[in-house]
Design a protein around this ligand. Structure first.
Ligand SMILES: [Zn+2]
Length: 531
């Protein structure tokens, strides 16, 4: 079937067919006639409301803010926290601020009576004093984010973006629960219901464990050696890290108590981040720890590789790193994998460097999802790759603002419409909403404005975000990418109904993914009934 869509067929044409309840295959690949015929009057009115507000950005924002958005699947917890929060946390931790580098520095706390005061290096100031100096406060927010960033000689957006993490780093892990509360609260306010948060609990022992371990191609033997040295001993500490953070989050949100915060309804799972710009034996050790942790703790659903993909080590070791993931996937088949791949652009690396990161992630690492995928058309045999990704149902996590900030790729230069055209499932995500000073609604606004998307496009992406989530259990839907028929247990029910039939209820209770998908359909009913 020809899968031509967004880039080729005008919006007005697609919209007319969508509203008539008839969507030709050549116009809109992923909406079937069956799904279209099931369109309800409220859904049509909602689609028309989007058309009415399309040219009024503030009204478009308000519409998309209220629209159910399912999940944000590409979300670094550290990068999601806003600079203002880090300044507050740094003050509580007694950190100092280097006024030249506009970065946190460690202090030497000394007991000065009842109130311990941080002692800072000459020229540095206590983070607690920053709010009293608005000029420094502003400069620190800019330094910790992309706010006000203008490229200058030797500093491009890519450099400033990645440098922020070291500048606001160093706060105490005890703040993680507050960070979870911040991001869940922001998600709830935008009608999101699920987050997959990338984070790395402390892994200090790995440096010691790998100190005398030499890299070797025999990954099985390398794994045995690392496990024999006690690598899995870090798993309980990582689990305790999440126990503590979740406990603080629940307290902040008063979950389970009277007048609990709306954020309590935002489910979260975690993806263990492996830092790819390290020596091979350390990358392997960290990946192994991630798989061990995910196998032991159902809250940790996957692993991902992070860090600048264009850095020297990442470019030199990329193929070896993909082999590591492929090897470990074979040993831990229940642990999911999503990988940053193709977060590259011409000029950032030599042309040859654009050859194959996405393909290696899909074929060698057998990644279920790809983060970014921006350089896909520069890879070898790109059309074959797009078809392969569609056939294998590999979702691409699309991060429009991040790609603009880091890679300078936006608008027609971005492959988003090509992924849609070839039937590769996509979902919008934020990547680092605190660093970019955005939220998920912002990304929907940007996508609608840039790619002329209609309501059916948005609904497809939102449904994708849960279909391709790593939540446990089966999907509510019979086929991936075609959200037309629910599983037989719920066949007699209206998806999202308040009172499912008993076989359907039993199915939902034993499948977390389907349960969230049911909730999403309920939210669509509520949203569309208001138009
Ligand atoms: Zn990312």
């Amino acid at each position: 079937m020809c899968r031509v869509r967004v880039a080729v067929v005008p919006r007005s044409f697609r919209l007319t067919f969508a509203l008539l309840g008839f969507v030709p295959a050549f116009a809109f690949a992923q909406i079937t006639a069956e799904a279209a015929s099931a369109q309800t009057a409220p859904e049509e009115r909602t689609a028309q409301e989007l058309e009415r507000v399309r040219e009024e950005p503030p009204a478009l924002r308000e519409f998309l803010l209220r629209m159910p958005k399912g999940a944000d699947l590409h979300y670094h917890l550290d990068g999601a926290v806003y600079a203002e929060t880090f300044i507050r946390a740094g003050a509580e931790d007694g950190l100092c601020v280097d006024q030249t580098a506009k970065a946190f520095t460690k202090s030497q706390p000394v007991d000065a009576g009842a109130e311990p005061q941080p002692v800072c290096e000459a020229g540095d100031v206590p983070a607690a004093d920053v709010p009293k100096n608005q000029h420094l406060y502003d400069a620190l927010v800019d330094s910790f984010s992309m706010r006000g960033f203008v490229p200058s000689e030797g500093v491009i957006g890519h450099d400033h973006f990645f440098a922020t993490f070291a500048k606001f780093g160093g706060t105490d892990p005890r703040h993680t629960g507050d960070f979870l509360d911040e991001v869940a609260t922001r998600a709830a306010a935008q009608n999101e219901q699920y987050l997959e948060l990338m984070e790395t609990p402390t892994w200090n022992r790995l440096n010691t464990i790998t100190k005398d371990v030499a890299w070797r191609e025999d990954l099985s033997a390398l794994r045995e050696e690392l496990l024999a040295k006690g690598l899995a001993g870090d798993v309980p500490a990582a689990r305790a890290f999440w126990d503590e953070a979740e406990s603080v989050r629940r307290q902040r949100e008063r979950c389970g108590k009277a007048a609990e915060a709306p954020a309590c309804k935002v489910a979260a799972r975690y993806i263990y981040q492996v830092f790819r710009n390290n020596p091979k034996q350390l990358v392997f050790a960290q990946a192994l720890l991630g798989f061990e942790l995910a196998a032991a703790d159902p809250r940790v659903v996957a692993i991902n590789f992070v860090g600048a993909e264009d850095d020297y080590i990442s470019m030199a070791d990329y193929a070896a790193q993909m082999r590591m993931v492929g090897f470990l996937r074979g040993l831990y088949p229940k642990v999911h994998v999503s990988l940053h791949a193709g977060e590259l652009a011409p000029g950032l690396v030599p042309p040859e460097g654009l050859c194959c990161h996405i393909r290696l992630a899909v074929e060698d690492a057998r990644s279920e999802r790809i983060g970014h995928g921006v350089d896909v058309m520069y890879e070898d045999r790109p059309y074959e790759l797009l078809k392969e990704m569609a056939a294998k149902h590999v979702l691409v996590e699309i991060n429009l603002t991040s790609n603009d900030d880091i890679l300078g790729i936006s608008g027609k230069d971005h492959p988003f419409p090509l992924y849609q055209k070839f039937g590769v499932p996509v979902a919008l995500s934020t990547d680092d909403e605190g660093v970019s000073r955005i939220d998920l609604t912002h990304e929907y606004v940007r996508a609608v404005q840039t790619y002329d998307l209609i309501y059916a496009d948005l609904k497809q992406m939102v449904r994708n975000s849960l279909e391709y989530s790593f939540l446990a259990g089966a999907s509510l839907w019979q086929e991936p990418d075609v959200f037309a028929r629910v599983v037989s247990e719920c066949r007699s029910d209206v998806p999202g109904a308040d009172k499912p039939s008993s076989p359907c209820m039993a199915f939902l209770n034993s499948n977390q993914k389907a349960e969230q998908q049911w909730e999403l359909e309920r939210r669509f009913h509520v949203f569309e009934a208001n138009h």
